[in-house]
Design a protein around this ligand. Structure first.
Ligand code: HEC
Length: 149
């Protein structure tokens, strides 16, 4: 009888402990990817200023590199079940994983082209690569991100 109660208590404790632990892990990955996206936004804004001011392409290189290095990580920051509280991730990310990965991969390619353009000295090419990168952000946001509440 006593053993049974202890077993039950243990099972109950496991049930009580598990969901918050998972929720905590998901909150971590949600915060991490949101911080990554804010970094992308800030780097894009910096490149936009460089393009508008017609500053040397070389000034865009560190920003473009940060974008290109982060881009391949995006896919890994959306584990199943991480569509919790405070996240604007839409369920389609997990129900249409192939589509999500396609736009994520397309973004990686645009980001690499942006870095290559920054490393060259053609201002028009940088402006075009910047536009194309911004479009790739939107191509993922439209189907996979909730509008701002
Ligand atoms: C492959 C899909 C995808 C790509 C590519 C992508 N985003 Fe996002 N972005 C999302 C999703 C999904 C969210 C919502 C994440 C969440 O709230 O959990 C988001 C959120 C954001 C946020 C809000 C972050 C916050 O503080 O909550 C910003 C800003 C953002 N993205 C900017 C960008 C910019 C700029 C680019 C391109 C340089 C980009 N994103 C590319 C899918 C993408």
């Amino acid at each position: 009888m006593m053993v049974l109660m202890v077993l039950r208590a243990t099972a109950l404790a496991a049930v009580l402990v598990l969901p918050p632990t998972l929720a905590f892990a998901q909150a971590g990955v949600i915060a991490e990817r949101q911080a990554g996206f804010r970094m992308l936004r800030d780097r894009m804004e910096a490149i936009q200023t460089i393009v508008q001011m017609r500053d040397p392409n070389s000034e865009a290189v560190p920003h473009a590199r940060a974008i290109a290095e982060h881009a391949p990580k995006i896919k890994t920051l959306f584990p199943p079940g991480s569509d919790g509280q405070g996240s604007r991730a839409l369920p389609a990310i997990w129900t249409d994983r192939a589509g999500f990965e396609r736009v994520a991969d397309a973004f990686v390619q645009r980001a690499e082209a942006l870095l290559a353009a920054a490393q060259g000295n053609d201002q028009r090419a940088l402006a075009q690569a910047f536009e194309a990168t911004g479009q790739a952000c939107g191509a993922c946001h439209r189907p996979y991100r909730q509008p701002q509440r």
